[in-house]
Design a protein around this ligand. Structure first.
Ligand code: MN
Length: 400
């Protein structure tokens, strides 16, 4: 597809991507935009549709898959047919001039635990005397409900959390700044069309409800988490901040990235059976950078549970979906040491520090560290499309 907007080579934001975000320029209100090359199309101005002037994608997402595909077809025509240039070009804003905001007003937030390599790594570290996977792991996608109000856009400062910490060697807990601040490199799924209370969403209905994909960094304070999580799961060790990338890539842009999920070696119950529901493995390659240095390349395509199965599981009890619900994959880790999606894995619980290019070492994050997660996927145009990035810089704990 050729476009009349000039696209930089290997832009990642060509006409086969067209991700949605919320942007503003100095002195103007946040509104919906679509990224194309180095520009943002001001969708509110270009369409005159008030849904795109609300400052979040929710009103548009709530319209459902027919509206999503109709607008995508319009956008494709606008950018590829010179006849539309005169009407559309005045609404392009250079991306370098915009501020990007949280794209979605997040309704409920759920986080899964669906990478077998990640789950096995943590199992080996924390429960060295038992099986790496818990007995339920291959029967259901394990997850927990998180805190939607602290989901923030990329760039939001990561203030080191304070809390109760107790190392295994200590008799009593102490209170203070986390000493084991970590990342979790994840992929998030944004729900557009809601579902009714009491009506489970089957695996095959995944694209009827889920609009698109973003990147998630589930910042985690491992010392706070380790002391608090038994028996009810993650709480304050994760709820202080979850960062998301500003661009939501529609599922429609990921058609060429769809791959078969790995063979499941344990039979699943019928409601999780995805044979015949299409392949919803997604061949995304993540990159994790610490202060600009590449430290890991987690592969998303090998995740044991797909987002379609996660959606079926999280609604199977009749729990309803709301527009703006966000659910994340869980930390993405591959089999290789350089494919691990968290520092607790990269440093093996802090026992094997990483040596960085400047000679310094890291186990967990230090104040001033900046972590950036980016990702690309095969696009339908033959190249790779970009999911953009989610970044955050650690700031010192603040006095209570
Ligand atoms: Mn997580």
């Amino acid at each position: 597809m050729t476009t009349w907007p000039d696209l930089p080579p290997d832009t990642g934001f060509g006409p086969d991507n067209l991700p949605y975000g919320v942007f503003s320029t100095p002195g103007t209100a946040p509104r919906t935009g679509v990224a194309i090359g180095d520009a943002v199309l001001d969708l509110a101005a270009a369409t005159g549709d008030d849904a795109h002037a609300t400052g979040s994608l929710n009103a548009f997402l709530a319209r459902g898959p027919r509206a999503w595909s109709e607008l995508r077809a319009r956008l494709t025509a606008w950018f590829t047919d010179e006849a539309h240039r005169g009407a559309v070009e005045p609404h392009l804003v250079p991306r370098s001039e915009v501020t990007l905001h949280l794209p979605v007003e997040v309704a409920d937030y759920v986080d899964f635990y669906s990478s077998q390599h990640h789950a096995e790594n943590l199992g080996r570290m924390f429960r060295p005397d038992s099986a790496a996977l818990t007995p339920n792991w291959k029967h259901l996608p394990i997850g927990y409900h998180g805190r939607s109000g602290t989901v923030q856009v990329s760039g939001t400062p990561v203030v080191r959390p304070r809390g109760q910490r107790k190392a295994p060697t200590e008799e009593l807990p102490t209170f203070g700044p986390s000493r084991r601040l970590d990342i979790e490199a994840e992929v998030g799924f944004v729900v557009g069309a809601p579902s009714g209370l009491g009506r489970p969403v089957p695996v095959r209905a995944f694209p009827d409800h889920v609009f698109g994909v973003c990147l998630v960094n589930d910042w985690s304070a491992r010392d706070i988490q380790a002391w608090e999580y038994v028996p009810l799961g993650p709480f304050l060790g994760k709820s202080f901040l979850t960062s998301v990338s500003p661009w939501v890539v529609p599922l429609a842009a990921l058609e060429a990235a769809r791959v078969a999920p790995p063979v499941r070696d344990v039979p699943v119950l019928p409601y999780l059976d995805d044979a015949g529901a299409g392949s919803w493995g997604l061949d995304l390659t993540l990159e994790v950078r610490l202060n600009g240095e590449l430290v890991s390349c987690p592969p998303f395509g090998g995740l044991y549970w797909t987002a379609a199965q996660q959606l079926a599981h999280l609604t199977v009890n009749g729990a309803s979906l709301r527009t703006g619900d966000l659910y994340a994959s869980g930390t993405v880790s591959g089999p290789g040491k350089d494919q691990r999606g968290s520092f607790i894995e990269l440093s093996w619980g802090g026992t094997e520090p990483l040596t960085l290019a400047d000679g310094s070492t890291r186990t967990f994050l230090e104040d001033g560290d900046e972590v950036t997660i980016s990702a690309t996927a095969p696009g339908t145009g033959g190249g790779r499309i970009s999911l953009g990035e989610v970044t955050g810089r650690v700031e010192a704990a603040r006095a209570p």
